[in-house]
Design a binder for this molecule. Structure first.
Ligand SMILES: [Ca+2]
Ligand SMILES: [Ca+2]
Ligand SMILES: [Ca+2]
Length: 449
């Protein structure tokens, strides 16, 4: 066996072991019998096939139990199409690690009030006082963004359908305003990128509303009176089919105890902006309110859950390849900035042509999501050409600025890989060189589509 073939077999074995382990960990009661059953069904099926070659009569008697076993396996609940839980942080256990990024007074305007975002019992608390100023000083921001599970960021991609549920406590000091007051958003990564969905507290004269809008086209999904919902926990649910218009849709449900306050669905909207989608919670509001509603306040959230509609229990398989362990031309491995994974990151030389090149594994021919984790705390975009197996799939992909060198962000590409080893290269195309590059995550569906 050649060395690459040995490596490939090892990788296959490792991936299978990882898959089995993750299934066993997530579902200890179901996983072992189900996997054993599947294996025995396969064995019985193989046995039936060889018997068929010998004698059609014998084959027919052996194939029947094999089919019955396969059907029993398919009937297991987690093999049916349905909502599959993909994220369920417990504040007291997971703390702020449940999120990709914590934007807690990122301009450092209110050190006396820090931290503004923290765990309090079974919920997350977001404090907002009037001292806080965002990096844009006409507004305030204390938010968490992204969903992290098993130390990986959840990828919400085009063609997928997701449901988020959570409970929210809005005190009567958190009022609707004449300028924007957002309490939840769905966005793609990138500084200054437009939101996709926005949940806001908006004032119409004397009437305070909580509303949900799709940002593209400014489409209102629904609005409810805010005041009856204040000073106690209410339940929020929203579903999102991710796609370019007209394939996107959004459903928004607000429940107050047993009462459904609103349950609206808006279809035909645009919910995909070309990069992965992620949720933000917190208080992000303009200081331009003209109604005198702004004051020190807070918001609480708990029972956060994310479900993906899927016909398999097994989540997509996500493998991380560190930049510092890849092939590097015109770049150096560093570890001075924190927040990276592995042992460091690659700092590209200030020149065009430097690259990081990975050999990555794919289970089968088909689509994969590539997450390039990077930081660029300059004011200049640092584009790179991304090639897969020698073909440029994203020329001059923009790596926009990030708030800090230790604030790692992603650019996500969806591309086809072939089964086995694939070569992925990120090449700087301008004289400033590439951004700092931390890792490449490759995500493939666990089942062939
Ligand atoms: Ca779009
Ligand atoms: Ca550099
Ligand atoms: Ca790294």
């Amino acid at each position: 066996m050649t060395a690459p073939a040995q490596r490939r077999r090892l990788t296959v074995a490792l991936v299978v072991a990882l898959l089995a382990a993750s299934v066993a960990l997530a579902q200890p009661a179901l996983a072992q019998p189900a996997l054993a059953q599947a294996a025995s069904a396969q064995a019985a099926s193989a046995q039936a096939a060889s018997a068929q070659a010998a004698s059609a009569r014998i084959a027919s008697t052996q194939a029947a139990p094999a089919q019955a076993a396969v059907q029993a396996y398919r009937r297991l609940p987690w093999e049916r199409p349905g909502w599959k839980l993909r994220w369920s942080p417990r504040p007291e256990r997971d703390g702020l690690r449940a999120f990709e990024h914590i934007e807690d007074d990122r301009a450092g305007s209110d050190p006396a009030g820090a931290p503004h975002i923290f765990v309090e019992g079974d919920h997350y608390r977001f404090n907002m006082n009037m001292n806080v100023r965002d990096t844009s000083p006409d507004r305030q921001r204390n938010e968490v963004r992204g969903n992290k599970s098993w130390d990986h960021a959840l990828n919400l991609l085009t063609g997928e359908t997701w449901r988020f549920t959570y409970s929210m406590y809005i005190p009567d000091t958190l009022k609707a305003t004449t300028s924007f007051s957002h309490i939840m958003q769905m966005k793609m990564p990138g500084t200054g990128s437009l939101p996709i969905i926005v949940e806001s507290l908006r004032r119409y004269g004397t009437v305070q509303k909580m509303e949900l809008k799709v940002a593209q086209g400014d489409v209102l999904v629904g609005a409810v009176d805010l005041e009856p919902l204040q000073n106690h926990w209410v339940d929020i649910e929203f579903e999102m089919k991710i796609g370019d218009a007209p394939d996107g849709s959004v459903r928004w449900v607000v429940r107050d105890g047993a009462r459904t306050v609103i349950d609206n669905t808006t279809a035909g909207v645009d919910t995909w902006m070309g990069d992965r989608v992620r949720a933000k919670w917190g208080i992000y509001r303009s200081l331009g309110d003209k109604s005198g509603s702004l004051q020190d306040t807070y918001m609480l959230i708990k029972n956060l859950r994310a479900y993906q509609w899927s016909d398999t229990f097994i989540p997509p398989v996500n493998l991380r390849y560190e930049a510092e362990r890849a092939t590097i031309r015109d770049g150096v491995v560093e570890n001075a900035s924190g927040g990276y994974t592995g042992s460091g990151y690659v700092n590209y030389a200030d020149a065009a042509g430097g690259y990081v090149e990975w050999k990555v594994f794919a289970f089968c021919d088909g689509p994969a999501a590539l997450n390039l984790w990077y930081a660029n705390a300059t004011t200049t975009v640092r584009p790179m050409d991304i090639t897969v197996n020698g073909t440029v799939i994203a020329p001059g992909l923009a790596f926009d600025r990030t708030p800090a060198w230790n604030d790692w962000e992603t650019r996500t590409l969806i591309t086809n890989l072939h089964a086995g080893v694939n070569i992925i290269r990120a090449t700087a195309t301008t004289a400033a060189g590439g951004p700092n590059l931390d890792s490449l995550e490759v995500q493939q569906p666990a089942t062939e589509s």
